[in-house]
Design a protein around this ligand. Sequence first.
Ligand code: NAP
Length: 518
Amino acid sequence: MIVLSSYVSGTWKKGDGAGQVLVNPATEEPLAETSTRGIDLAAALDFARDEGGPALRALTFAERGELLRAMSRIIHQNRDHLLDVGMESGGVTRSDAKFDVDGAMGTLAYYADLGKELGSRKWLTDGDAVQLGRSPRFVGHHLLLPRRGVAVHVNAFNFPAWGFGEKAACALLAGMPVFVKPATSTALLAHRIFELIVEAKVLPEGVASLLTGPAGDLVEHLRGEDVLSFTGGGSTATTLRSVQPVVRDSVRVNVEADSLNAAILGADVEPGSDTFNGFLRDVFRDMTQKTGQKCTAIRRVFVPRDRAAGVVEELVERLRGVVAGNPKTDGVTMGPVATAAQARDVKAGLELLRAESRVAFGDGPFEPVGVPAGKGFFVPPTLFVQESAAAAKNAHAHEVFGPAATVFAYDSTDEVITQVRRGGGGLVSSVYADDKALATELVLGIGSSLGRVVAISAKVVDQAPGPGTVLPQSIHGGPGRAGGGEELGGVRGLGFYSQRVAVQGDRPFIDGLTGAKG
Ligand code: NAP
């Protein structure tokens, strides 16, 4: 069996003892094992801070952008191979593997272009110089300087490639070295990408490190200028936020956690219209793409009462066409969930939803194809129907991280806004409406509880990739249950990795510092 290593302190290191075994989620065949025991994480973080940090800060944005471009090209050149690794280690279909791998490639390329645009500078300014004294001589200007620590990235199991790419792109462009810890269960893909990047020698030493396996005491070694960016479960986030150095030294933490994303069908949308069909397309896609294991997937579907039965019928019809099984088998459209623990969690979550809602689809026979009998972490796609959103509790509070959603019938705009907000803060929700006044009311009604709102009308329905797709130009993150974090969003994504410092002084000095003209 392959034994995976971690890339730390400029070299590949294996952990001690028997490691955790990574399996193919469709067949449960062992693929690799990995251990991180005995790896000196304090020294590994110091190496990143002391070697990678200065090397990156010496580069301009354009030069850092070229590093990102080289990483993106490596992924592009090895795309087919990486898709195979993603399919096998994540149990995902080829199209789902593309979503992850192409997402990493595209996000790195986007930030490479942004680096080119930012040009020969090495840090950013925020706003303009502002007069502070009696005369225009004494001014203040805010600078955004790269933090002189290491950016620790703890990623979730569901996007081993994109999760690495989207976090690394912002940190590296801002000038911070990255220390990446993918989720152990699907680490094979991130590990392979790292191997290719290291082999190609495109990054200065210390700029990117990889911990392939359990985190051990990693977070215990963080310091004040380090940052921690975490994607995963809310309870793990709470644990990480309370680790001593994080609390004591005010280590900056970004969290992307759970989310009960909603899709609202506007009362103006007629069945059969483009907007209506786009709504059905997006709900169905989010239920089944990556077997529902997307943090941005639609979990709650709000439909005007007189349309609810028709929408359920249409969704059930589409769900009947899902072929669950081994993604390597021809015709399979949905794979298993990633781990045995996820399968258990999803099944427990389905029971919570079943306790309060009717099952419209998912209770029938379920036989995944192309897998040995009884093997694989499969769960049936399941659609619930709830006549009263106000009466439901679990559907607004428990994220089932699998192929499940609940359709709620609603009677008024006020009601739907109130019920969407019961999600307690989310990553994204979508509004499907052609009536601009209605769309405005819905977007503004739910907006402050979310990180992103997608407003779909007939004008954009054929262009919008769906709310489940995170684009690097817009922020990703959300308040409350979603973790309170914010990533990406173009140049905004660099802010987390930068220290904003107000510099006050003599105008010519400040202008010289910032390169301002005049
Ligand atoms: P998780 O158990 O919180 O794990 C997420 C990451 O944290 C993994 O890399 C994990 O490593 C690491 N980790 C766990 N305990 C740690 C500790 N004490 N110190 C440092 N790192 C630690 O979440 P998950 O298994 O990936 O998913 C569980 C739930 O998270 C899902 O059911 C879903 O609700 C939510 N989720 C949200 C998103 C999002 O983007 N918002 C994405 C995925 C999942 P190991 O793998 O080595 O344990």
